[in-house]
Structures are given as structure tokens and as C-alpha cells.
Design a protein around this ligand. Structure first.
Ligand SMILES: NC(=O)c1ccc[n+]([C@@H]2O[C@H](COP(=O)([O-])OP(=O)(O)OC[C@H]3O[C@@H](n4cnc5c(N)ncnc54)[C@H](O)[C@@H]3O)[C@@H](O)[C@H]2O)c1
Length: 481
């Protein structure tokens, strides 16, 4: 079995030969093999492409009422009494796929909305599963929910298919390493489950196109959210509304940056090389997408949100200079994106800083300047000044402490709770979200910057999509079992 099974649709996936065989075979078509034992995600071959992003990519909300939709889709997703809101015991039954740091946060947030409980867990590794069961059993107990039943614990390479097939589950949180997201998302949607899929939705162009196709199948039938929680952070929402309302006048350019510390993970010295790669996927270019696509994507997503579209081209550089102890990811990127109307966005990032971090976007317009930090301030200076009133909000307890699970203090305090509340409500109301194309658009934008940096030349959106770049981790998960 391959590490990333092929899709089931007649999309370009099939045309390009990513069958359900060992990816080692297909990599001959897609990865430049000469670089460092195939781990280097080299330039993809040029494939016949299509401009898939010309259609409207804003968040679409399914308008059909829940019961009607569930009936036409042949799904029994939530108990009817839950829809009417009359049963105190009803809740969205959540399955967590990928029981690590972020998945635990996501599923806990969902439970804390009061509208969900965790009923199933899936992971490659037993230790992750058991730790997660302990956490969610304790959480469930504190809320008066039963613990996770032994029959709903799924382990190993097929765990993602088993949790998707579970009749006990209404919604799946996909929080596995990014490389697996397209196939894990596809399996969940094919099984009729609502999905909260962590960012990035894919590590390569091929995967992003797969996610777009999966999104089309989900439309109107289930709710599909992508983990860009900043879009739900009240200070960022108000700032963006003000910018869209003209508070900055004509926007010329933006300075965006994501400066943070190295991500600290256990070394897993006793694990096999393959297991170590998966345990520490965040250091691995193919499994993570590299820091630009895996982490800095939050900033790219905010730029796309504010500028209401995606960049048209990018030039970039970067490298691997300081954080060289593990894996093969770069530790800094410098990207210059050009958006429609010739708006320029310079994005700088580092992932090795000591004692300090900051993440921010500053937009410069004819009427003023906006700046939005993860912590604070979030404000506009100029003709129409405004500043988010932090009120009783706390700043980071220890300066330089950065959250790898996405839990922040400050301007993002409410981001996760609001995001999860909106996801749960979309399921309960039947006003389904479909953020697949939007998630793919931000992933592709970051990939364009990454490709420009790796190749050290300008890359356009059309070229990126034509490339159909597909990365191969060359991992046979069955050998881990
Ligand atoms: N939105 C945010 O702010 C935010 C913050 C942190 C992480 N994330 C994203 O969340 C995802 C997970 O990150 P994390 O930090 O929790 O990683 P993690 O390593 O802590 O957790 C990943 C889990 O997936 C499991 N896993 C790996 N391969 C698997 C497979 N093929 N099938 C089933 N399980 C598998 C691992 O054993 C592990 O338990 C990533 O996409 C990351 O980018 C988002």
C-alpha cells in the first residue's frame, strides 16, 4: 500500500498515473530523482494543466436545509432531535484522525463548543492513540459524556479508512501530517462525513487539485472546513471588514512576516528512519510542504483574504542555514508576491529564532496603514484610525514562547473557539461550509512562492497549475505496521 492512495475520481490524478501502487514507481514521472535519495522535492514535470482557480473561490455555504440534504444524500448524519435542538444528549459525534498536538486542540475545542463529543480516534501509532484516549475520556467525563469505546479506536495505515467508515462518527477532524491530507480528506468525504481538515490541505499542486475535486463532491452534502482559524479571530475579522470598506484607500503593498523559533520535537532515536520521519514530519519537506507551505501559509491566507484573491506570480529565495540539525526543510524564505492590480506583498519568514517571535501583516494604502499581529496590536493608522481594544486579553505569558498547537494569547484568543463554533453550527443548521477551494487556493499560493524559491526564478500561477507537481514521500506505511 502506498503512503498516499490515489483518488477515486476521474480527475487528473488518474491521468497522471498516481495509481494505488507503490509511489516509488510513480515518482519516476513526478520527482527529479537525482537529488538526495529522492527526498528532495525537485521541480515537477510539466503536465497538461487547467486553470482550476478561475471560478469563484470564496467560501460557499450550502443553502439546502439539513434534513433535506441528508435525505437526498442518503446520509443519516445527526439525529433529528439534534437538528431540532431538543435533546440534551445530542451532539456532533467527532472522530479524530491524527491524535497529535493540533488534532487534540481541535477536537477539544469542538467538545468545548458544547455541541460535540469525541467518539472515535485514529492514528498510525498506538502510543498516540492511547494518550489521546486518556485525554478525551477525561474531557468527556468532565462533560458527562461516555469515554471512547474500544471498538472506535483505529490504529495503523488503514486507520483513516476505518474511522471514515465508522457509523458512530458524524464529523472527522483531519490532523495528520499535511502530505496525507488529500487522501484522508477524500476518504472522509466519500464516506459522507463532515470534515474539519487542518491546513495546509496539500503539500503539492496535484494534492491541491485533488482537494478541489473532493470539495466539489462535498458541496451541499456535508460541511468541510479548513483550519485557517485566523479568519474567525474577531480583531482580524473587524480589521479585514474595515479594509474591505475602504479604510486604507488604494492598497499599494504589504509587508508580511512569520518569524518564529525552531519547532522542538523528541529525537525518536530508537525509531526506524521511516518512523522517525513520520513522527517528526514537520522537519521533512515532502511530508510537511516545507515551512512556507506548512506554517507561513497562515500569513499567505490572511493576505489572500484581505486582497480577495490569490497572487499572480512570485519571485523568491531562502535557504537552510541555521536550523540544519534535522530533516531537510529550509529555515527561511523571502518571497515577493504580485497580486492583481499590481499589489506587492513581501513575505519573510524564519524558523529558528531565539528569544523572540512575531507574526504580522502590514498593508500600506493611500489613506493609512494596517498592522495585525498574532499577539497585538491589531490596528489602522491614518485617516480612519482604529485599534482593537484588547480589553482583558493577555499577552504571551513568556516572551518568545510560541505555540506549536496554534493556541495563542492576544488577538487570536477567540480564533479557535469561534472557528469550531462556526463549524459545529454549520453542521447543526445544515448551512454547510465548503472551504476546500479556498484552502487549496492558499496552499497553491504558498506553493508558488516555494517553487520560486527552490528554482530561483519567477513563477506564475498558470505555470504552477500546469506543472501539476506531485511529491512522493517514498514511504510504505505497511512496513510500519
Ligand atoms: N491551524 C493551526 O494553527 C495549526 C497549528 C499546529 C498544527 N497545525 C496542522 O495540524 C496538522 C497536525 O499537526 P500536529 O502539530 O498536530 O502534528 P503531530 O505530529 O503532533 O500529530 C500528527 C498525528 O498524526 C499521526 N499520523 C501521522 N501519519 C499518519 C497517518 N498516515 N495516518 C494516521 N495518523 C497519522 C501521528 O502519529 C500524530 O499523532 C498539520 O497539518 C499542521 O500543519 C495547524
Amino acid at each position: 500500500m502506498s503512503g498516499r492512495p490515489s483518488g477515486t475520481s476521474k480527475s487528473s490524478l488518474v491521468e497522471h498515473g498516481r495509481g494505488a501502487t507503490c509511489l516509488q514507481e510513480t515518482c519516476r514521472d513526478t520527482i527529479e530523482q537525482s537529488k538526495s535519495c529522492g527526498q528532495y522535492p525537485g521541480p515537477a514535470v510539466q503536465q497538461k494543466g487547467e486553470n482550476i482557480m478561475t471560478e469563484h473561490l470564496n467560501q460557499k455555504i450550502g443553502r439546502r436545509r439539513f434534513i433535506g440534504t441528508a435525505a437526498t444524500a442518503g446520509l443519516m448524519i445527526i439525529k433529528p432531535e439534534l437538528v431540532r435542538g431538543t435533546s440534551a444528549n445530542s451532539a456532533v459525534r467527532v472522530g479524530l484522525l491524527g491524535c497529535g498536538g493540533r488534532g487534540t486542540t481541535d477536537a477539544t475545542d469542538l467538545v468545548n463548543t458544547g455541541s460535540a463529543r469525541v467518539v472515535a480516534l485514529a492514528d498510525l501509532f498506538d502510543d498516540q492513540l492511547q494518550a489521546s484516549k486518556k485525554h478525551f475520556d477525561e474531557l468527556g467525563q468532565s462533560k458527562g459524556h461516555p469515554g471512547v469505546d474500544a471498538s472506535q479506536m483505529f490504529k495503523g495505515p488503514k486507520a483513516y479508512q476505518q474511522i471514515a467508515a465508522s457509523k458512530e462518527v458524524d464529523a472527522i477532524v483531519v490532523a495528520t501530517p499535511p502530505y496525507f491530507h488529500p487522501s484522508h480528506l477524500e476518504a472522509a468525504v466519500a464516506a459522507g462525513k463532515h470534515v474539519y481538515c487542518e491546513k495546509p490541505v496539500a503539500v503539492d499542486v496535484h494534492g491541491a487539485k485533488q482537494v478541489i475535486e473532493t470539495g466539489k463532491k462535498a458541496e451541499g452534502k456535508i460541511s468541510l472546513d479548513v483550519g485557517f482559524q485566523i479568519r474567525n479571530a474577531p480583531p482580524f475579522v473587524e480589521l479585514t471588514q474595515r479594509i474591505h470598506g475602504g479604510a486604507l484607500g488604494k492598497i499599494a503593498c504589504c509587508q508580511a512576516y512569520y518569524y518564529t523559533s525552531a519547532i522542538d520535537r523528541p529525537a525518536w532515536l530508537d525509531a526506524s528512519p521511516v518512523e522517525r520521519r513520520i513522527r517528526n514530519w514537520v522537519y521533512d519537506r515532502v511530508l510537511s510542504g516545507d515551512i512556507l507551505v506548512e506554517q507561513n501559509i497562515h500569513v499567505v491566507d490572511v493576505c489572500n483574504w484581505v486582497l480577495q484573491g490569490h497572487p499572480l506570480k512570485a519571485t523568491a529565495t531562502g535557504g537552510r542555514k541555521v536550523r540544519i540539525d534535522s530533516g531537510d526543510c529550509w529555515d527561511h524564505f523571502e518571497v515577493l508576491f504580485t497580486y492583481p492590480d499590481d499589489v506587492h506583498v513581501s513575505l519573510n519568514s524564519t524558523q529558528f529564532d531565539k528569544g523572540w517571535w512575531d507574526v504580522c501583516e502590514r498593508f500600506f494604502g493611500s489613506k493609512g496603514v494596517s498592522e495585525a499581529h498574532y499577539d497585538r496590536p491589531v490596528r489602522i493608522t491614518g485617516d480612519d484610525p482604529w485599534e482593537w481594544d484588547a480589553g482583558g486579553g493577555q499577552t504571551q505569558e513568556k516572551p518568545g514562547q510560541f505555540s506549536t498547537t496554534g493556541v495563542f494569547k492576544g488577538a487570536l484568543d477567540q480564533a479557535d473557539p469561534e472557528k469550531k463554533k462556526a463549524f459545529a453550527e454549520s453542521i447543526l443548521s445544515g448551512k454547510f461550509h465548503n472551504q476546500a477551494a479556498l484552502g487549496a487556493e492558499s496552499a497553491l499560493s504558498a506553493m508558488m512562492g516555494r517553487r520560486a524559491a527552490y528554482t530561483e526564478r519567477e513563477v506564475t500561477w498558470e505555470e504552477l497549475l500546469r506543472s501539476d507537481e506531485a511529491w512522493d514521500a517514498r514511504i510504505d506505511l505497511d512496513k510500519l505496521a
